[in-house]
Design a protein around this ligand. Structure first.
Ligand code: G
Ligand code: G
Ligand code: NA
Ligand code: MN
Length: 254
């Protein structure tokens, strides 16, 4: 109860909420291909509270719509600030299935991007595979409407859900992210390698770009490169960081 009250206050004042950004690295060039925005909440008494804790609270108490909009708004503001500094950065935003169910989501996205003057192709929405599969036909309908606004769509934590080939083919997504559990086992378990290899082949056959998440070692990086993975993300390259750090990181990388 206390957390939801404090989260409500944070949303009203904007205090304590921020976005961190983790690079996605292009496998071929080694350059930054974009970033994933990750929400952070600094509670006035408790300190940092994980989104794993407060996002379910927001969902339970009807705050997820407002929280999700805060994230999109802040990401859009940041994209424009970076553009002003000569940095054109693609930003991926996580959305939960509760957010997708907000009837005005698509209109709000359009409104926020227009208000900030952000080109829609700089925005990607990430939805987990298991969330997408909760109600596949509803997800398909909303993805189709979102795609019309010009944003890109990505299937997160791929391999942990149970999507069928025919469903994947229908979704207007342009990217899948291989769940980090498979990446972790790449060096040690031959079945993980077989799965990742098959997922990359299948995704490419469907015209999808593949990102591996949770890359922590050079050995994992080498295998992923060899298997043709398009982009990588993980602590090997960079942790999620504040916008100012990301800007320095990205500009020094060029
Ligand atoms: O960055 P971290 O490990 O703390 O993220 C934990 C989880 O919270 C991840 O599953 C991540 O996708 C989720 N998460 C982070 N930011 C957001 C956000 O803005 N919206 C939603 N829905 N989930 C987020
Ligand atoms: O569920 P999602 O894929 O959005 O989760 C993002 C979370 O994964 C973030 O909280 C981020 O901190 C975490 N993360 C990013 N890279 C790595 C990594 O290399 N190893 C581990 N263990 N976690 C990572
Ligand atoms: Na994500
Ligand atoms: Mn993920």
């Amino acid at each position: 109860v206390e957390l939801q009250r404090d989260l409500r206050t944070a949303l009203e004042t904007g205090q304590g909420l921020s976005l961190h950004y983790q690079p996605k690295i292009d496998s071929a060039s080694g350059q930054i291909a974009g970033v994933e925005a990750l929400l952070r909440w600094q509670h006035p008494q408790r300190g940092a509270v994980s989104p794993v804790v407060f996002i379910p609270v927001a969902e339970r108490f009807g705050l997820i719509g407002a929280l999700g909009q805060w994230v999109i708004d802040e990401a859009a503001r940041q994209i424009q600030a970076w553009r002003g500094a000569g940095l054109s950065m693609r930003v991926a935003i996580n959305v939960s299935v509760h957010q997708l169910r907000q009837p005005d989501l698509v209109d709000r996205v359009g409104e926020i991007l227009a208000r900030h003057g952000v080109p829609p192709d700089l925005i990607t929405f990430e939805l987990t595979e298991s969330a997408a599969m909760e109600d596949p036909s509803a997800t398909l309908r909303i993805f189709e409407r979102l795609a019309v606004t010009g944003v890109a769509l990505s299937i997160d934590d791929f391999g942990t859900g149970y999507s069928s080939l025919s469903y994947l083919r229908k979704l207007p997504a342009s990217q899948i992210k291989i769940d980090r559990s498979f990446v972790q086992d790449l060096g040690s378990q031959s079945d993980a390698r077989a799965i990742v290899k098959a997922v990359i082949k299948l995704s490419h056959a469907l015209g999808l770009e593949v990102v591996a998440e949770g890359v922590e070692t050079v050995a994992q990086q080498d295998i992923l490169k060899q298997l043709g993975c398009d982009q990588m993300q993980g602590f090997l390259f960079a942790r999620p960081m504040p916008a100012t750090h990301l800007q320095l990181w990205a500009l020094s990388d060029e």
